[in-house]
Design a binder for this molecule. Structure first.
Ligand code: NAD
Length: 474
């Protein structure tokens, strides 16, 4: 199917065009396809907050793209550029993402038009609590209806404020902790949520590199070890992805692009040091062990094996797509490659691991957190010591049969699973299975030319099956 790819369109239109490409490969009733494609409802709210004696008005949105499964799930973004179109696009991506990785949620997303860097902590708390209240009173937050999580500009701190506001307005709700994910551990959060999206990106890349046919198709070979990688955005997602790739996989992060410029070191950057510098100095400028470029975005075109855009949408577009030299683009951010850019990159043989798959780690671990909150018990609490007892018996049996188990191995075998081990194992399993399904569809379908179309087709198919089974009436 040919769609107009010669001009830039909005983020939402870009997502919808990707939907159309995938939908054309499926046999679904047209009316149902149109229903799935569009956002179900969106709430726009304007609210006042008195800050230092002055009333300021804020505007925010919460969109529900699909509710074929409840709750609807998706982050809340704080950004000076967010708008309704963007929130709707992100909500749609959430629907497809959840369906693709078998997380039983509908898709939602929220946004607040604000530059968080301009407000102190107390003001941010007031604004967040007020925004949360507006969403709660319209039923846009609740463990069975709609569950927010962090996104660009928000983190554990904001989720804690939202959860606490929810609890004070719904005091009898025993499942109040399940109304928000990405919370601090002390408030019912789960180990491994902060790193989840970044780790998911790495797990997706590892699974890709387990398939030599796919690796060769991207004009690459071998494993992640020694691969030259450029990362755009050293925030929650970019930092964890870069750090894990460098420390656990032996990849070389040769460049980091941030909003205030870029750093380049062909021998590989020390991610922790760059991150600490960025936090302390509010930017990467002045970092000692690298070359600094004021026009950081130019490094998107730098020579590398893998480019990981982990900042925001639309950064690889019609202007720079023809100059991108990476062989593989790993979309850690949502929508970093525009629909027009995708066509140019495809033409040049650049392979894209799409956002709808690759950054699903966040929602997967949010799902685990939600289950933990609804079951009111930490993962591993019941079985960890029992497992250790069983492992001990097994070791004793091996050793009593005359075999010696080396001390280091014996210590590893002995361990029972902690919450973090179970979370990482569940995330790894999910990322592996989802990629296997995507590649199966990609290699087997004559009209599917990208992993994105394969992933979207699988997601649409699953959502459509849900609607067909339950019908479209309440
Ligand atoms: P974040 O706010 O923690 O980090 C974003 C980083 O990008 C910041 O360091 C910021 O300075 C930098 N940045 C902003 N504009 C830039 C530009 N033009 N060039 C280079 N760097 C720039 O946000 P995050 O949570 O890491 O989210 C990043 C992306 O990942 C977003 O697209 C988001 O929707 C997506 N995502 C996030 C999660 C999550 O769990 N946080 C889950 C799925 C997808």
């Amino acid at each position: 199917m040919t769609l107009p790819a010669d001009k830039e369109v909005s983020f939402k239109e870009s997502v919808n065009l990707c939907f159309d490409l995938a939908r054309a490969t499926l046999d679904i009733e047209e009316g149902l396809a149109q229903y799935i494609r569009n956002v179900n409802n969106v709430y726009q709210v304007r609210f006042p907050v008195k800050l230092n004696g002055i009333i300021e008005t804020f505007i925010g949105w919460r969109a529900v793209h699909s509710d074929h499964k409840l709750p609807a799930k998706g982050g809340i973004r704080y950004s000076p550029a967010v708008n309704q179109d963007e929130v709707e696009a992100l909500a749609a991506l959430m629907s497809y993402k959840c369906a693709l990785v078998d997380v039983p949620f509908g898709g939602s997303k929220g946004g607040l038009l604000i530059d968080p860097r301009k407000y102190d902590r107390d003001s941010m708390e007031k604004i967040t609590r007020r925004f949360a209240f507006e969403l709660i009173r319209k039923d846009y937050i609740g463990s069975g209806t709609n569950v927010p999580a962090p996104d660009m500009g928000t983190g554990q701190r904001e989720m804690a404020w939202i959860a606490s506001t929810y609890q004070s307005h719904r005091p009898g709700d025993i499942d109040h902790l399940g109304a928000v994910t990405g919370k601090p551990i002390s408030m019912g959060g789960i180990q491994g949520r902060v790193e989840a999206t970044g780790r998911g990106v790495v797990l997706g890349l590892r699974e890709f590199f387990r398939h030599p046919e796919d690796v060769k198709n991207a004009q690459l070979e071998g494993t992640l070890e020694g691969k030259k990688i450029i990362v755009q955005g050293l925030g929650n997602v970019g930092y964890h992805a870069a750090k894990i790739l460098a420390e656990e996989d032996g990849a070389k992060i040769i460049a980091i692009i941030e909003f205030d410029g870029a750093l380049l070191n062909p021998d590989g950057l020390d991610i922790e040091k760059v991150y600490q510098h960025k936090v302390a100095m509010q930017g990467v400028k002045g970092f000692p062990d690298a070359q600094y470029f004021e026009d950081g975005q130019a490094l998107l075109e730098g020579e590398c094996d893998i480019l990981i855009p982990a900042a925001m949408e639309g950064t690889i577009n019609q202007q720079n797509a023809a100059k991108v030299r990476a062989k593989l683009i790993a979309e850690a951010a949502n929508g970093p490659v525009t629909f027009a850019a995708q066509a140019i990159l495809h033409e040049r043989g650049v392979v894209i691991l799409p956002d709808v798959y690759l950054n699903a780690g966040g929602v997967v671990v949010s799902y685990f957190e939600w289950i933990k909150n609804l079951s009111h018990i930490r993962f591993g609490r019941m079985q960890r010591r029992w497992e250790e007892g069983q492992n001990e018996l097994l070791l004793q049996a091996i050793q009593s049969s005359g075999h010696r188990v080396p001390e280091a191995l014996s210590r590893k075998i002995h361990l029972g699973a902690r919450e973090i081990d179970l979370v990482r194992s569940g995330l790894d399993d999910t990322m592996r299975i989802a990629f296997q399904h995507i590649r199966e569809r990609y290699w087997s379908h004559p009209h599917i030319e990208s992993y994105r179309t394969a992933a979207m087709a699988l997601a649409i198919e699953k959502i459509s099956t849900s609607y067909q089974i339950m019908g479209v009436y309440p």
